[in-house]
Write a protein that binds this ligand. Structure first.
Ligand SMILES: C[S@@+](CC[C@H](N)C(=O)[O-])C[C@H]1O[C@@H](n2cnc3c(N)ncnc32)[C@H](O)[C@@H]1O
Length: 254
């Protein structure tokens, strides 16, 4: 990220301190954000092809302690399906994304909904500086795979520091629950589920691009990383095809 301070959804510069220049060794999170996520046409199609099931996620998080006092951080918020669903159920939502195209859509939706408790921040897993009371909930769906594994570990440690002890990380991603010698067969089987077009569905070419160019990892690499970052795995769901995982994680003590 550059040195520009984060913008609020109303276009004003937030009170967050300007960040120092990005060190030369730091991953460029915009360059690794995924070609499609930087493409305004994909962003315009996104909600038609991906339903985040956000109302169900809010209901689940209520069972894990989300309430009207909660501070929520949505990392890789995209078009804001979860942000918009959770805002009426909590005190503050910080919606973070690196993609200018996604952020433009998100700001427009937040403004149209008239939500006064949502801050939209242009930053990433590796640069977002959480301010104010520690988060009670961090939510991240289908975004962490944009980071190579070493950076995932760094990002998870940063997420742990955003949360209060006992706070919850709800994490979904494409995470391969397969052995290395069956990976190629599973990748091909997943790509074969893609359609021909990109409207209202994920195309085969998009799934191929995910496997080829993005950084989805294996469950047996990610899960030790989660524990090493200080999370207790309360729930782990692996899809039968070995492609998707959902976690409910509790931040351990300080
Ligand atoms: C597939 S979309 C998911 C959006 C939303 N969470 C959902 O479930 O619908 C992935 C999002 O992650 C964002 N992203 C990619 N790399 C990121 C990073 N390093 N930090 C934060 N967000 C990132 C992309 O810009 C994109 O908006």
């Amino acid at each position: 990220m550059g040195t520009a301070p984060p913008l609020r959804h109303d276009g004003r510069v937030s009170a967050v301190q300007p960040r120092p220049p990005r060190p030369g060794w730091l991953l460029d999170e915009v360059a690794s954000a995924g070609r499609e996520n930087l493409d305004a046409e994909h962003v315009a199609r996104y909600d038609g092809k991906e339903d985040a099931g956000a109302a169900d996620e809010v209901a689940l998080l209520r069972r894990w302690g989300l309430d009207e006092r909660s501070v929520v951080v949505d990392l890789g918020a995209g078009t804001g399906q979860f942000t918009l669903a959770v805002a009426p159920a909590c005190a503050r939502v910080v919606a973070v994304d690196v993609s200018p195209a996604m952020l433009a859509a998100l700001r427009a939706r937040v403004a149209a909904a008239g939500l006064g408790n949502v801050e939209v921040v242009q930053a990433g897993f590796l640069t977002h500086q959480h301010t104010g009371a520690p988060a009670d909930v961090v939510y991240s769906r289908y975004a962490l795979h944009h980071l190579p594994d070493a950076w995932k570990a760094v990002a998870l440690a940063r997420v742990r520091r955003m949360l209060r002890p006992g706070g919850v990380l709800r994490l979904w991603d494409v995470v391969y629950d397969v052995a290395p010698d069956e990976a190629e067969e599973r990748f091909e089987a997943w790509c074969a589920t893609g359609g021909d077009g990109v409207v209202g569905q994920w195309s085969r070419a998009e799934l191929e691009e995910h496997v080829r160019d993005e950084h989805s990892t294996f469950t047996w690499l990610l899960e030790p990383m989660l524990e090493r970052a200080g999370f207790v795995v309360e729930e782990a769901l692996h899809s039968e095809d070995g492609i998707f995982a959902r976690y409910l994680l509790r931040a351990g003590g300080p």
